[in-house]
Design a protein around this ligand. Sequence first.
Ligand SMILES: [Zn+2]
Length: 142
Amino acid sequence: MKRNPRAFTLIELLVVIAIIAILSAMMLPTASTLNDRANVTTCQAHLQQIWLALRIYYEDEGAYPPALQTLVTHRYLDDDALLLCSKTGRPFAYRPAPSGSDHTWVIASCIPYPPDKKTRRPHGFGAVVVTLRTGGTVTAAR
Ligand SMILES: [Zn+2]
């Protein structure tokens, strides 16, 4: 039987498969890092929207709402998907700041704040908890 010299041998095929496997393994951490960054950005955008609504609510009522859901039921926010962390898929943890409290108070965060060892790092690689502080600062806290 005459063998086609241009055909792949089994060894060549296996080498190609191995190279593809190695390359995709190298790409995987990059992909999840990008994914994490996107999650942090989306999460921060949600908290910015919440801050806007909280500020208007505070101006109207003289205090923060009892729960973030109040912002939706009272139409300060039109979409309750904004109340969810983009990474955990769970509602933001909320602790209304007492009026006149200092600027370091964390109002809302992806996980209860301060994070304990078990719950921190909801956004993975960057090791961040995204927080909304009084004054409107949205930060990725380590
Ligand atoms: Zn988050």
